[in-house]
Design a protein around this ligand. Structure first.
Ligand code: EPU
Length: 455
């Protein structure tokens, strides 16, 4: 499996290489077709779920991203045999020889990923112990793991903090639990699912996240033999079973990547057909897209996106599903710099997810970040302590600049801003984008983007 950014416009880097800096000549609309495959935020979790099976699993449409490669390495460190399947983009994961790994080995393979935390439940069932190094992930807030550790304790795990990370053990095995999450955390919900399916007895989870990727993980687990039901108001019941089998599953499409390309079409005044995008999982995004002046056409095999006229200002609030995803606001904000009027984006999921707007201002945008948030009458959810708001005034002509990618989604927005801007931009640290955007340079080149890979 190739993993890092590959392809390119003028110069084609070796697939698997990690290009860090690109020179972008902006001002050209992105026009053409791109294909999105499996969701990063499902594929990586489904790979971890394979640890729970007594037989090998087959995962299809695994995206060629470095986060998937990290999980593959972590599984291999734990003795799981991972091979490429016959179908392109498929993996076969055989956990029959799974073993405990050392903290240093896990740390060395985890890179910037937060996925090791999700190995806990499966490893506790399989081996009776698990180690987690200090976790990385995008620098978009504190990103604590207290919900995860509290839940694991409820299942009967003993949590021991060590200088290099955390050791968990389950001397008595794990049992079902009644768990209420203080916030519908995606990761903590996955933690509970991956742990409860083989715990003794029934687990009741309240305050669960219900993102489509979580529903797809539930489908994976059900294929393995798990018994999971969900009720209104974010309640999930899991009846623990003694054994699970391997699965054969095709990943749900990556709606974050699809939304990213949709916003790129808006920002650059382009026209992009996103093959593989589906309407159902993007309803909230599509409503905002229409309000901002975007046009879309839902087809059997994907969705076509472009402007429907002048762009209009909008007010949006990020939220857990079915709300407007926090991962959608960064590319949308680039498009909002071209809208006629003042837009407001309230970020309610992470406390530090507007850092990327500094670079957009450097390119000529007018974005003011209110670190304490902004009052608003129309709020659907209670205001959280960590909330921030960005006010975007437009339209502003963007010009080229030298910018450094801070994180995955912020970085993509830098790239799209550079493609929207007149003149040349140098975008540094683009290697991060390989965490979640597969074959990015090839796709950009196919859409007519004008750029050179510098190193
Ligand atoms: N939180 C806690 N304690 C915890 C866990 C979470 O306070 O133990 C807080 C977080 O600090 C944050 C909020 O809860 O303020 C939501 O975090 P959540 O656990 O839902 O996020 P996550 O599981 O770490 C996943 C995605 C993110 C995506 C969020 C929200 C993966 C690998 N990551 O993160 O994706 O933004 O859900 O949908 O699935 C990305 O793709 O770029 C990305 C960051």
């Amino acid at each position: 499996m190739t993993t890092l950014l590959s392809g390119g416009a003028a110069s084609a880097p070796t697939p698997g290489g990690s290009s860090e800096t690109i020179l972008v000549r902006g001002g050209r609309p992105l026009i053409g077709n791109v294909t999105v495959t499996g969701a990063k935020n499902l594929a990586t979790k489904a790979m971890v779920a394979s640890l729970l099976g007594d037989t090998p699993s087959t995962l299809r449409d695994v995206p060629e991203i470095s986060d998937a490669q990290v999980v593959r390495s972590l599984l291999e460190v734990h003795g799981v045999r991972v091979t490429d399947g016959a179908e392109p983009g498929s993996l076969i994961l055989d956990p029959s020889a799974a073993v405990s790994a050392h903290m240093e080995e896990i740390d060395a393979h985890a890179g910037a990923s937060r996925i090791p935390i999700l190995f806990c439940g499966p490893l506790l069932h399989l081996l009776g112990e698990a180690f987690i190094p200090d976790l990385g992930g995008c620098r978009i807030g504190d990103r604590p793991i207290n919900f995860h550790l509290d839940a694991l304790r409820e299942f009967g795990a003993v949590v021991e903090k060590l200088p290099s990370g955390i050791r968990l053990s389950a001397p008595e095995g794990l049992h079902g639990a009644n768990i209420e999450l203080p916030y519908p955390s995606v990761g903590a919900t996955e933690q509970v699912l991956l742990t409860a399916v083989r715990a003794r007895g029934v687990t009741e989870l309240r305050g669960a996240a219900i993102e489509p990727e979580i529903m797809d993980l539930i489908a994976v687990l059900q294929k393995m033999g798990a018994i999971i039901s969900y009720e209104p108001n974010r309640v999930i019941f899991i009846e623990g079973v003694d054994t699970l089998q391997g699965y054969d599953h095709r990943c749900i499409f990556d709606r974050n990547e699809a939304a990213s390309w949709a916003c790129a079409a808006l920002a650059t005044d382009g026209d992009i057909f996103v093959k593989g995008a589906k309407q159902q999982e993007m309803l909230t995004f599509l409503n905002v897209y229409r309000k901002v002046g975007g046009w879309f056409d839902v087809r059997e095999d994907g969705i076509r996106f472009r402007r429907g006229g002048d762009l209009k200002p909008v007010t949006v609030e990020t939220d857990v599903h079915p709300g407007f995803m926090t991962d959608w606001q960064q590319p949308l904000i680039v498009a909002l710099t071209q809208a006629h009027g003042r837009s407001v984006v309230h970020e309610t999921v992470y406390e530090n997810r507007f850092g990327f707007t500094d670079a957009l201002n450097k390119m000529g945008a007018d974005i003011v970040v209110h670190h304490e948030g902004l009052e608003a009458e129309y709020r659907r959810v209670p205001r959280r302590e960590l909330e921030q708001a960005a006010v975007i005034s437009g339209p502003t002509a963007l010009h080229g600049a030298d910018v450094v990618v801070p994180d995955l989604r912020g970085g993509y927005s830098h790239l799209i801003a550079a493609l929207t801007a007149d003149g040349e931009s140098t975008v540094r640290n683009v290697g991060i984008l390989s965490r979640g955007y597969e074959r990015l340079f090839t796709k950009l080149a196919d859409l007519g983007a004008d750029f050179d890979i510098l190193d």
